[in-house]
Design a protein around this ligand. Structure first.
Ligand SMILES: NC(=O)c1ccc[n+]([C@@H]2O[C@H](COP(=O)([O-])OP(=O)(O)OC[C@H]3O[C@@H](n4cnc5c(N)ncnc54)[C@H](O)[C@@H]3O)[C@@H](O)[C@H]2O)c1
Length: 273
């Protein structure tokens, strides 16, 4: 199945908030026509309403056999929102869900176990084409389905295929929620700069550019992050003084991030109950 097929048969979004909109923006930017898109969302944004004036079908009757349904409602809304799409189950429509927690078994129960289903975990840098999405499919999802999902998801960043759904809670805790940890790092780095006497605006400019630049370097450099860290650290210098605090096994990043990532993965497992 190709993108032309998606354009011809249609793409449906169930829920189009922050994540659905980031992905839709990527696809429209890659040339998908608004006329090929159906959005079901009781609270459409101004952006979506503007697209409706350009041909996007907003809260309208659905096509009989869309190529793909992107499920992007909150897991807490899933039981209420998904059943209306049951008539599209057990057919040729591929369901691609980005919801945290909700297991593939839930979609199979609601839509029918002959439905091709792919569960994916993207992240919000998708909004600027720099996301990473991990994906895995059920037994009905063919290689062609996985290829199509990867082609669509590649419009908003990198993709990785998982060994199986058992990896999804940890993936959610690392890359799905991860941007929030990094944004909090920026906030706290800027606040720490202020505490050392910098004006707020300057501290924030330095913190944002440092995190963005270090992230870019980590992606581009041949060395791994550990060597890149060593490259910044002069023996007996300023970085070494800070890393003594941050790398403390009991109170530094190792313990803190392990605890935070475990809390997120545990919550993902709870949402699946
Ligand atoms: N935001 C992230 O960083 C992120 C990352 C990865 C995955 N996700 C997943 O994406 C999904 C959406 O998250 P979000 O951050 O975009 O949330 P959001 O609240 O911004 O968007 C959810 C949308 O669903 C709509 N909605 C509510 N009830 C509905 C219904 N019955 N039918 C159709 N639409 C309905 C809401 O109006 C809203 O626009 C979640 O399942 C979340 O786990 C989010």
């Amino acid at each position: 199945m190709s993108l032309e097929t998606v354009s011809r048969r249609g793409l449906v979004l169930l829920g189009c908030g922050k994540m659905g909109s980031a992905m839709l923006a990527g696809w429209l930017g890659r040339g998908l026509a608004p006329e090929a898109v159906w959005v079901l969302d009781p609270h459409p944004s101004d952006w979506l309403q503007g697209l409706a004036e350009k041909g996007l079908h907003l809260n309208a009757d659905l096509p009989d056999d869309p190529a793909i349904v992107l499920v992007a409602v909150k897991p807490q809304m899933m039981a209420e929102a998904l059943p209306r799409l049951a008539p599209l189950g057990n057919g040729a429509t591929l369901f691609l869900s980005v919801a945290a927690g909700t297991p593939i078994a839930f979609y199979e129960k609601t839509l029918g176990d002959r439905t091709p289903i792919i569960r994916a975990m993207p992240n919000t840098p998708a909004a600027v084409g720099r996301g990473i999405t991990a994906l895995t499919g059920n037994a009905r999802a063919s290689d062609t389905d996985l290829d199509l999902a990867e082609t669509l998801l590649a419009a908003v960043g990198q993709t990785v295929r998982l060994e199986g759904e058992h990896q999804m809670d940890a993936v959610t805790a690392v890359s799905g929620s991860g941007p929030a940890y990094v944004f909090h790092l920026i906030e706290t780095l800027a606040a720490a700069g202020e505490a050392e006497g910098l004006p707020a605006e300057l501290a924030m400019t330095l913190a944002k550019a440092t995190v963005a630049g270090a992230g870019h370097l980590a992606m581009e450099a041949e060395e791994g992050p550990a060597q890149l860290r060593v490259n910044v650290t002069s023996p007996g210098g300023t970085t070494a003084a800070a890393l003594k605090v941050l790398m403390d096994p009991d109170s530094g990043f190792p313990a803190l991030l392990k605890k935070a990532v475990k809390a997120a993965a545990d919550r993902s497992r709870e949402l699946a109950q």
